[in-house]
Write a new protein. Structure first.
Length: 284
């Protein structure tokens, strides 16, 4: 009897192990995003059909979409009003918000060049996105964004698209199209990226900024931002006497000089990436 019970138990265990074989399936991730009609800057009507990894869903009334798909997906196709828009993104190994994807009655190509702001040299391998379309620059810094949504009846909506360019070692740059398409191609002005190791400040927004006083001497002053005695940013004020820098959180000092006049050093501390500091400096 004991032998029978033992054999029966072993059979149950084997059956149980066999039944659990489904646990080795492919991992899924939840990918979401927002579809926007460039004509209205609102949700597309009728809903857009969004396809990722063989799964298709319709965008919701507010343009939102979300779906569970196998991990590792790198592209999404969106069909709306007879147009199919194709977008790419870095391989998704975990749940992710893919951002905003624009659709419209037409598609155009957007081309441009990404350069080093300090040296004017082209930057290869920079990532550029616009309207949901993503591409990398080639060895000459050239980028071509194929299939960006466009409506010739609402050209200002195209010019209001917010693009982004970036690469490791440089501060990211927000940009907008400079020109309307001609023969299906819109050409951007050069996109300049500021090295994060240079002393010249990148473009706005600034997180340390202020005025150089007094009003009669503040223009043309050289302003330096130092960390641990090392100059990390430097600029010369214009007629508005304003200076501005963007830096990572940390402790810094601000100094200003003009001829024999000096101001500072004034200590400033950025506690987090969302902090901003307004610090005026007076020349004496």
């Amino acid at each position: 009897m004991r032998i029978f019970v033992l054999i029966f138990s072993l059979c149950l265990a084997l059956l149980g192990c066999g039944g659990g074989g489904g646990g080795g399936g492919a991992q899924t991730v939840f990918l979401s995003g927002l579809v926007v009609n460039i004509t209205t800057n609102g949700a597309p009507t009728p809903p857009a059909q969004v396809t990722i990894g063989g799964t298709t869903v319709a965008s919701a009334a507010d343009g939102f979409f979300g779906m569970d798909v196998p991990s590792g997906q790198t592209s999404v196709s969106i069909t709306w009003n007879g147009q199919t828009f194709n977008y790419t993104f870095p391989a998704a190994a975990e749940d992710r918000d893919l951002g905003i994807f624009f659709v419209g009655p037409q598609q155009v190509n957007v081309v441009g060049v990404v350069r080093n702001q300090d040296t004017n040299a082209p930057i290869s391998g920079a990532e550029v996105t616009l309207g949901g379309v993503r591409a990398l620059t080639d060895s000459g810094g050239n980028v071509s964004l194929a299939g960006v949504a466009y409506d010739p009846a609402q050209p200002l909506n195209f010019l209001s698209l917010e693009g982004r360019a970036g690469k490791s070692g440089f501060f990211p740059r927000i940009f907008a199209p400079d020109n309307l398409p001609a023969s299906g191609v819109a050409t951007l002005n050069d996109i300049l990226l500021q090295p994060d190791s240079g002393i010249a400040p990148p473009g706005t927004p600034f997180n340390i900024q202020g005025l150089i006083n007094p009003s009669g001497s503040g223009a043309g002053a050289t302003v330096q931002l130092k960390q641990g005695g090392t100059v990390v940013r430097e600029m010369v004020t214009g007629s508005d006497r304003r200076y501005g820098f963007w830096v990572a959180p940390g402790s810094y000092t601000v100094t200003a000089t003009k001829g024999t006049l000096t101001g500072g050093p004034v200590s400033v501390v950025l506690s987090g990436p969302g902090d901003t500091i307004q610090q005026n400096v007076t020349l004496n």
